[in-house]
Ligand binder design. Structure first.
Ligand code: IMP
Ligand code: MG
Length: 189
């Protein structure tokens, strides 16, 4: 059964709600507890991939009751469209070396897996003690790369989704839930 979006200004561009703010909050708590368990006795460096990670990263780190450090990277893979360009570029790098550190990469969504593959390979050359990935959404059907995502929130249907960090041409990141964007929004432009 599909959940209609709330009747708000941004909600008018949404076809259906896939993951409500409440669904997400519960899942983030669950992931946070698993991460605390996994990293017990360590002090992980949590790396958020900008810009899409920002609500998830903030909520996830607050669900982790332990010492941890945060840093951010920005990469481009999409441009303004709804299809992956296949080109990945580092736009903002980390502020510190990561040799010997336990790295947790936090991503909004894994689609083809190109961004993550490129990123984890680039980070691997810097000799961290470990690299794991936590993604809120996993679009398994779209995967072209063989990558391991150890923690994932939800499996996402092969549709273009926005909200809770995910954008279309820069918009909708501030929606408190994840929903399917109405096709009319991108076919009109
Ligand atoms: P990948 O390299 O194909 O795995 O794409 C990963 C990146 O594409 C994510 O970090 C998002 O920024 C973006 N992306 C993939 N699918 C969607 C979507 O449905 N909505 C918004 N952004 C998406
Ligand atoms: Mg994006």
């Amino acid at each position: 059964m599909s959940i209609p979006p709330p009747k708000t200004h941004l909600g008018a561009s949404i076809e259906e709600v896939l993951f409500s703010a409440e669904n997400i909050a519960a899942k983030v708590q669950e992931l946070g507890q698993q991460l605390v368990e996994h990293y017990r006795g360590k002090r992980p460096l949590v790396i958020g991939i900008l810009s899409g990670c920002f609500p998830f990263m903030a909520d996830l780190c607050r669900a982790m009751d332990m010492e941890l450090e945060v840093d951010f990277m920005a990469v481009s893979s999409y441009g303004d469209g709804t299809k992956s360009s296949g080109v990945v570029r580092i736009l903002k790098d980390l502020g510190q070396p990561i040799e010997g550190r336990h790295i947790l990469v936090v991503e909004d969504i894994i689609d083809t897996g190109l961004t993550l593959r490129y990123l984890t390979e680039a980070l691997q050359t810097r000799k961290p003690a470990s690299i794991e990935v936590c993604a809120l959404l996993d679009k398994q059907e779209a995967r072209t790369q063989n990558i391991e995502v150890r923690w994932k929130g939800f499996v996402c249907p092969h549709k273009f989704v926005v909200g809770y960090g995910l954008d279309y041409a820069g918009d909708y990141r501030n929606l408190p839930y994840v929903g399917v964007l109405k096709a009319s929004v991108y076919s009109d432009s």
